[in-house]
Design a protein around this ligand. Sequence first.
Ligand code: NAD
Length: 240
Amino acid sequence: MNSIDRLNEMIEQAESVVFFGGAGVSTESGIPDFRSVDGLYNQEWKYPPETIISRSFFDKNTAEFYRFYRAKLNSLGVKPNAAHLKLAELETAGKVRAVVTQNIDGLHQLAGSRIVYELHGSVLRNYCMNCGKFYSAEAVFGSDGIPRCNCGGIVKPDVVLYEEELDDKTVQGAIDAIARCDLLMIGGTSLNVYPAAGLIRYFRGKNIVIINRSPTPYDSKADLVIPGKIGEALSGININ
Ligand code: NAD
């Protein structure tokens, strides 16, 4: 039995599937991840991405933060790929109970997924740090320099920067979903970013599948590892 047939068998037998993913889910849509060879770590920036998208860097070098942010994390106009679309179809079919994502691009919702725990927030929501007024992604990506509110405050994306804490309610929702499912599909993540990656430890179900282009620290604990492109692998899932 090939690995896609095995994946189909596991999904068919499962009552409740949760997908846990990261930046690799969106590379087939054209958004670079951090750690692949063509990822952001290997591009020409003065600082590593983790430094630039940290809270202390945002506070001290706000204009440089926004230069990187606009150049590398703009998902406006980007289309969901086969992986996002299949996960949305699986939710409609009653198989996938939730998507837990480290991504901030909003592509799962654009594909039609409804229950999405965005552990690191979303570029689609932005708030004035002074008065709390909401700003769209269009307003922030379409502005120059440091985006400012009418009140003069800095507009900040609702994105969890390094050194910032994850939102409690989102984390709790993700933990509950992972703890209750019987099949956990993990994909497009190096499982290197904590505390997000640690949430998969709450899994108590039957099978773990990892679909990733490169090895992860969790491969030895998985029941099935599919080393390849997630869009291609998920395209092979049959929905009855
Ligand atoms: P990562 O860059 O650390 O790892 C990505 C993993 O995905 C790698 O192991 C890579 O081999 C794999 N991968 C890349 N393309 C793939 C594909 N098509 N199919 C299967 N596997 C593929 O990403 P991470 O683990 O998510 O951690 C980085 C942090 O940066 C996270 O917080 C992440 O959300 C954030 N980030 C988000 C975006 C986004 O929202 N699209 C983009 C860049 C970084």
